[in-house]
Design a protein around this ligand. Structure first.
Ligand code: TXA
Ligand code: MG
Length: 312
């Protein structure tokens, strides 16, 4: 996609005035605001209808600026060198004198940071004098947005500007790793944990379904299209939308395919847009065929399981 400098300038001017704009990233679209501004951060919570205790993730162009806000450690640099910019989010200890808004962090002493890879947003970040807080650009607990039209569907005219960046190339959110103590995965995501483990060369623990929520990506109900979902279905009903991992020889009107040949990367890219398409259709429920629980399939299954907890 061609980078239009005029669009980046428009987004920059609005962000400089503490307004919110939607930005494209390689994972999903983000609802962005100046991370140093209480007003901008407050507005993000309001627009998303996000609970105030769910802190915002902050996006940087590179690690140099992060030094003002967080304590960086050895594990961070190892992963940063290998995967950034890219779909990984780090939880780090926040510095006392950081300028990050207390609204964004909910007064916690930690911060979630990410370096998105999308060239348009990288260009924007380079232009700004502050990092940007940007949770996924969707109404809280619903499906994330992977195109500018998805963002429009959720927010309409409530947001001043959407920076066009085409369809998100990955389509599911970043993997979140807490690096404050021993590495701990808080959310499965676009980057395979196996790859992270290989670089760190040490054991990684998981805390993706805790009894006490530390990251609401861990919420039991999330990513929901707002209609019931059945998982691992073998026999489909005619009156429900059927979500399949690969194309079948005989297709039916109510069949939706995530990928032609069962490719999990393609399936992840199509997951949220297909769920949104189904939501716009007449179907009142969704049945999902079994999806292989490996690589990105683990992330797809994680999202579908949380979405299936919706019960109207
Ligand atoms: O791919 C992504 O990460 C996208 C794009 C836009 O960057 N962003 C995204 O943001 O998914 P959001 O807010 O939907 O998910 C970020 C998650 C939330 O579940 C939030 O609770 C968690 O990060 N989080 C934020 N700050 C945290 C902190 N200090 N400790 C633990 N979890 C935190
Ligand atoms: Mg989200």
């Amino acid at each position: 996609m061609k980078i239009k400098l005029a669009n980046i300038k428009k987004a920059k001017n609005l962000l400089n005035k503490s307004e919110c704009v939607a930005i494209p990233t390689e994972t999903v679209y983000g609802l962005a605001g100046n991370a140093y501004s209480d007003r901008a951060c407050r507005n993000i919570f309001k627009l998303k209808k996000r609970p105030k205790n769910n802190p915002l993730i902050v996006h940087y162009h590179d690690f140099k600026k992060v030094k003002e806000d967080c304590y960086l450690n050895h594990s961070f640099f190892k992963l940063y060198k290998k995967f950034c910019p890219g779909p990984i989010t780090f939880i780090l200890n926040l510095k006392k004198n950081s300028k990050i808004s207390k609204i964004a962090t909910n007064k916690k002493n930690s911060l979630a940071i990410r370096f998105p890879k999308h060239p348009i947003t990288r260009n924007l970040l380079k232009e700004l004098k502050f990092p940007i807080a940007a949770p996924s650009a969707n109404i809280s607990s619903r499906i994330s947005a992977v195109t500018s039209n998805d963002v429009k569907d959720d927010f309409g005219k409530k947001i001043k500007y959407i920076l066009e960046g085409g369809k998100s190339s990955i389509g599911v959110e970043s993997t979140i790793i807490d690096l404050r103590k021993k590495p701990k995965i808080l959310r499965l995501g676009a980057l395979d944990v196996k790859k992270i483990k290989k670089i760190l060369g040490k054991k990684i623990s998981f805390n993706i379904n805790p009894s006490k929520i530390s990251s609401p990506g861990q919420l039991k109900i999330h990513y929901s299209p707002g209609i019931p979902i059945r998982l691992n279905v073998k026999k489909f009903r005619k009156d429900e939308a059927c979500l399949l991992i690969r194309k079948k020889k005989i297709s039916k009107a109510n069949y939706y395919f995530l990928s032609k040949k069962g490719n999990l990367t393609e399936a992840a890219k199509n997951l949220y847009s297909t769920l949104r398409k189904i939501k716009k259709s007449k179907y009142k429920s969704i049945a999902v065929s079994k999806i292989p629980n490996e690589g990105l399939g683990k992330t797809i299954n994680d999202r579908l399981l949380r979405a299936s907890k919706f019960n109207g």
